[in-house]
Design a protein around this ligand. Structure first.
Ligand SMILES: [Zn+2]
Length: 305
C-alpha cells in the first residue's frame, strides 16, 4: 500500500519502528519476538532486525525435531503465530481492540491444536495406558477439540495468605495459559470455587469453546453438578456465576480428580502465595514445562519431549 501511496503512516504502531515490513511485524518487532519466545516453540529471534520468513524456512530442516510429525506440527504453530500476529496487528491499527500477549499466544496455540485435530481426524488422544490403576491418579489429556482446565486453591491455615492456580492444556499436554492469583478467601471450598470460576474466565477470554474443568475438591464438583443439595451460603454467588458462565461454552464439563492428577494447578496455587498480583506465567517457564511434561508422560507431547 505504501508503494501505491495508499498508506499514510508506514511506521510500526507497536514499537514506532520506521518501517513496518512483513518481517518486522512477524518477527523482529519486540512484541513479535516476545510472542515467539513465550509460545510453546520458545523461539529466540535475534534482536538485530535481520530475520525473515525465508530464513526460518531455510533453517527449519536443520532444527532438532525428534521426528517428521513433530516438525510438521511445530511448523503449523509457526503459521498460526504469524496469522494471529496479523489479526492482532489489524485489530490494533483499526482501533478494534488491543490483544494482550497471552491472548496472542493462546489464540495461536488453540487454533493450531484445533487445526491439527481436524486434519488428523484424531478424536481420541494418543494415550499410552500402562495400567488402568496407575492412570486413575494421573492427569489425562482431553480430546483434541477440548481444552482441559485444571484449578486449585491454596490457603495458609496459620497465617494470612491465600491464592488460586489455573492451567489450561490441550490434548497434547501443552500449556496454553498458566496463572497464579493471590486473591483473598478464608474458606478452602470458596477458594476452590473461585479457582474454577477464574479458570473458566481465562478459558472464555482465550476463545475456548469446549472445556473440561477439573478440581480435586469432590465436594465442590458435586455441588456444581447436583442441584438437589443446597450449597453453603458463602459460595452461592460464586456457584451461580460458574453455572451461568458454563452456559456460554459449547461444551463445559466438570470432573473431580485426585490430588495427584492436579499437580500443576496445585503448584500454581502455591506460587500464588508468594506473588503480589495476578500473574500469567510465560509458557516457557521451566518449572511449568517440567510439571506439564511430567503430567503428560502418558500422552504424546511433541513440543515438550
Ligand atoms: Zn514494531
Amino acid at each position: 500500500m505504501l508503494k501505491r501511496q495508499l498508506a499514510g503512516d508506514s511506521s510500526c504502531q507497536r514499537c514506532g519502528a520506521q518501517s513496518e515490513t512483513t518481517d518486522h511485524l512477524l518477527f523482529t518487532c519486540p512484541f513479535a519476538r516476545a510472542m515467539w519466545f513465550g509460545s510453546a516453540l520458545a523461539l529466540i529471534i535475534p534482536p538485530d532486525g535481520l530475520f525473515s520468513v525465508a530464513q526460518l524456512l531455510h533453517h527449519w530442516p536443520k532444527m532438532n525435531f525428534p521426528n517428521k510429525r513433530t516438525s510438521e506440527e511445530a511448523l503449523s504453530l509457526v503459521v498460526f503465530i504469524c496469522w494471529t500476529l496479523w489479526l492482532a496487528r489489524n485489530d490494533k491499527v483499526f482501533g478494534n481492540r488491543e490483544w494482550t500477549p497471552e491472548e496472542v499466544i493462546s489464540h495461536a496455540q488453540v487454533s493450531c491444536a484445533e487445526f491439527l485435530a481436524s486434519t488428523t481426524g484424531c478424536l481420541t488422544p494418543q494415550v499410552h495406558i500402562h495400567d488402568q490403576q496407575a492412570r486413575t491418579s494421573m492427569w489425562t489429556p482431553p480430546d483434541p477439540r477440548t481444552i482441559k482446565v485444571n484449578c486449585n486453591a491454596a490457603l495458609h491455615l496459620d497465617e494470612p495468605g491465600s491464592g488460586i492456580g489455573v492451567v489450561l492444556r490441550n490434548h497434547r499436554g501443552l500449556p496454553i495459559q498458566a496463572s497464579s492469583d493471590p486473591i483473598p478467601f478464608h474458606d478452602a471450598l470458596l477458594g476452590e470455587a473461585l479457582a474454577i470460576l477464574n479458570g473458566m474466565q481465562v478459558a472464555s477470554a482465550t476463545a475456548c469453546t469446549r472445556i473440561q474443568v477439573e478440581s480435586d475438591s469432590k465436594e465442590l464438583v458435586t455441588l456444581i453438578k447436583e442441584t438437589s443439595t443446597p450449597p453453603p451460603v458463602f459460595i452461592r454467588s460464586t456457584l451461580h456465576d460458574i453455572k451461568v458462565l458454563a452456559l456460554t461454552f459449547n461444551t463445559c464439563m466438570f470432573s473431580h480428580i485426585p490430588r495427584d492428577a492436579n499437580q500443576v494447578a496445585h503448584a500454581l496455587a502455591r506460587k500464588a502465595l508468594s506473588v503480589a498480583c495476578q500473574t500469567d506465567w510465560p509458557l516457557s517457564t521451566p518449572w511449568i514445562l517440567q510439571a506439564c511434561c511430567k503430567d503428560s508422560e502418558y500422552c504424546s507431547c511433541p513440543f515438550l519431549q
